[in-house]
Structures are given as structure tokens and as C-alpha cells.
Design a protein around this ligand. Structure first.
Ligand code: NAI
Length: 342
């Protein structure tokens, strides 16, 4: 039997808690041994809710724990690159939430560290690759059902936030494309088997959150990427969805097309008719939409460590995703078409 992987999670905020619950209860071969957060309430939560015994106020203390095999980073995006490098240098396997980093230079630093620590697994949290509907779309595409793929449309629409979280979160997120569309960029790279981007254009507005002006971010945006072999991809991201979370994909090939998630995901098959309206509940957030994918993603990380797979190809794709996301942001800021070397 494979050795249990002892995991230390760093960051116990919105998504860190979600991962911590999964790692503690739903992932074979994993033991959630330790946690680190600068916030005392978050540490108490991990102790009381999940029985995590080793809790540290900072990542350095967790990295010094010799019993931790793997570090799980669920920290602000602006810290990812530096923290991945530190964790690799401390001899740990690393899972890190998306995106890998916010600049190509930071990605390069991580790649170099990964090359130096060539036996340690590194995985970036693109959980859509584990969502059964996306997996089915990929299976159909690979089976030849669609013919030659020439068009993708991806949308990541977040429900309207009335608590001010998006505005508060924006300064460290890298902006709408690097925060939200990065998932769709990864999906595009996955669906096209790593097609190279040729050019990128983008447009965006602040429709509902004027506070985003302070960090020059937008809440509604589209980007167009022309990939090699005449594959045209469009990306729509927003924080302004009236019907809750919408994570959708449309693929068009020469023989047929497919779509998933368009219009959001119903919570039930049951519709209620009242007056002249038809009501059906919609999934509000990505936690509910991707509940299963988050568990399968964590399982994939633990399985990869146990079979000695370092997942380097995927790390290269994560770097490419950041390169495309940065080009989208530049295209938006400079209002010009960015051409990419390949
Ligand atoms: P958050 O702000 O709710 O949580 C951040 C956590 O990091 C908090 O526990 C905070 O105490 C901790 N932290 C801050 N500075 C730290 C430091 N120097 N050392 C250690 N811990 C530190 O943010 P949220 O929403 O949980 O996002 C975290 C990351 O997860 C981001 O990179 C984001 O892009 C990603 N994310 C991914 C999603 C997905 O769909 N896969 C969805 C939501 C977030």
C-alpha cells in the first residue's frame, strides 16, 4: 500500500477552507496534518472543525515541519510564485491554487525551481479538468465526434457580489482575466492539445463595481484569441451574473458542436410555475458547481505524488495560461491587438 501523504495547507480563507474539508475527509491517501494562516480565527476553525493539530501562524513554520510531505497553497495570488519556490526548496511537493503566477518572469522562477527539484510534484488548481461535464466534452472532441475544432467560446460569470468581496480581493488577483478567464484559458489549452496562441484582443468595462477603478480592474470583459491552425476562441468573464454562477463552454467543429453550462446550472430538475413565471433554482457559486471537481482534483494530486509523477507538462501549460492571461490584460489596458511569439 502507498504511504499516506501528509499535507500542510497554507491559507484558510474562502477556498482554503473548502480544500481543507476535502483533504481532511474525502481524499484517499491524504492526511491533513498541518495548517498555516496569519489569522487566528482561521487557525481555530481548522482545529475545532477538522481537528488539525499542528497550526502555524506563517508558512515558514509549516515548511520547517519535517513530517509535512506536501504543501497546499490557497493564498492570495500575488504570493503564489514566491511560496511555491520556498516550498520546493523546503523539499515539499506543492499544490497551488490558480493562477501559477501573475507575470511570465515569476512563472520562469517557479519553472527553474521545479527543474532543480526534479522529483517533487507541482500542480496548479485548474479543477475544471476534473469536472465530469468538461471531461465528457473533451472525450467527445477526442473521439472525433465534432470533426476539426475551429471555434471555442468560454464563459466564467460570477454571481453579483453584494458584500464587497470582489473589490477587496481585486488588488492581489491580477485582474478579471488572470483571476477568472485563466480557468477558461486552461480549458482552451486542454481542448486544443496545447495549440499556440497567435494574437489577442480584449475589451472590458466597470458596469457595477466602480471601486475596481482603484486597481484598474473591470467587472465585465471579453477577449478574443486566435490560436494556430485557425482556431478562434472567445472568452467572456464577469462579476455581474443575475442567475448565479455560469461556467460554460461551447465547441464548434466541422461535423458537430457541443455546449455545456450555458445559462448556468440548475440546482434541480424540478421547475415551479407560478403566475406567468417558471422558476428553477440555479447554482449560486463555484463551490457548489465544482464540488466534485475539487475532490477529484485533490485526489489527482495525491495519486500523482504516490506514483511519482511530477506533472511537469501541466506546469508548462500553467505558464502558458499566465502568458495568455497577461496578453489579455495588456490588450485591454493598451486597447491594441497583442501578437504572441510561438
Ligand atoms: P481569501 O482572501 O479568502 O484567502 C486567502 C488566505 O490566505 C487567508 O486564509 C489568509 O489568511 C491567507 N494568507 C494571506 N497572506 C498570507 C501569507 N503571507 N501567508 C500565509 N497565508 C496567508 O482568498 P481566496 O478566495 O480563498 O483565494 C485564494 C486563492 O485561491 C487565490 O489565488 C484565488 O485565485 C484562488 N481561488 C481559486 C478558485 C478556483 O476556482 N479554483 C476560486 C477562488 C479562489
Amino acid at each position: 500500500m502507498s504511504k499516506m501523504v501528509k499535507v500542510g495547507i497554507v491559507g484558510l480563507g474562502r477556498i482554503g477552507k473548502n480544500h481543507a474539508r476535502n483533504l481532511a475527509r474525502r481524499v484517499r491517501g491524504a492526511e491533513l496534518l498541518a495548517g498555516a494562516s496569519p489569522v487566528a480565527e482561521e487557525r481555530s476553525w481548522a482545529q475545532q472543525e477538522l481537528g488539525v493539530s499542528r497550526l502555524y501562524a506563517n508558512m515558514e513554520a509549516l515548511l520547517a515541519d519535517p513530517d509535512v510531505d506536501a504543501v497546499w497553497l490557497a493564498t492570495p495570488t500575488s504570493l503564489h510564485a514566491e511560496q511555491i519556490v520556498s516550498a520546493l526548496e523546503a523539499g515539499k511537493h506543492v499544490f497551488c491554487e490558480k493562477p501559477l503566477a501573475l507575470t511570465p518572469d515569476e512563472c520562469e522562477r517557479v519553472l527553474q525551481a521545479a527543474e532543480k527539484h526534479s522529483r517533487q510534484t507541482v500542480m496548479i488548481g485548474f479543477m475544471r479538468r476534473y469536472d465530469p461535464t468538461y471531461v465528457e466534452a473533451k472525450r467527445l472532441l477526442d473521439s472525433g465526434e465534432l470533426g476539426r475544432l475551429f471555434r471555442l467560446h468560454c464563459a466564467s460569470l460570477d454571481a453579483i457580489d453584494t458584500n464587497g468581496f470582489f473589490v477587496q480581493f481585486a488588488p492581489t488577483s491580477g485582474g478579471l482575466f488572470l483571476d477568472c478567464s485563466i480557468h477558461d484559458i486552461d480549458v482552451a489549452l486542454w481542448m486544443t492539445n496545447g495549440a499556440k496562441p497567435v494574437s489577442v484582443s480584449a475589451t472590458g468595462i466597470r458596469a457595477m463595481y466602480p471601486g475596481l477603478a482603484a486597481c484598474n480592474d473591470v467587472d465585465t470583459a471579453t477577449a478574443t484569441v486566435l490560436f494556430e491552425n485557425d482556431i478562434l476562441a472567445t472568452f467572456h468573464a464577469s462579476r455581474t451574473s443575475h442567475h448565479g454562477d455560469e461556467t460554460s463552454l461551447q465547441l464548434v467543429g466541422t461535423d458537430s458542436s457541443l455546449s455545456l453550462g450555458v445559462g448556468g446550472t440548475p440546482t434541480s430538475e424540478v421547475n415551479v410555475q407560478k403566475g406567468n413565471a417558471n422558476h428553477c433554482g440555479m447554482v449560486v457559486d463555484f463551490f457548489a458547481r465544482f464540488e466534485q471537481a475539487f475532490v477529484l482534483e485533490a485526489q489527482a494530486f495525491i495519486d500523482a505524488i504516490q506514483r511519482g509523477d511530477t506533472l511537469r507538462e501541466r506546469l508548462l501549460e500553467a505558464r502558458e495560461a499566465t502568458r495568455i492571461g497577461v496578453a489579455m490584460r495588456e490588450a485591454l489596458e493598451q486597447q491594441k491587438i497583442i501578437t504572441l511569439d510561438h
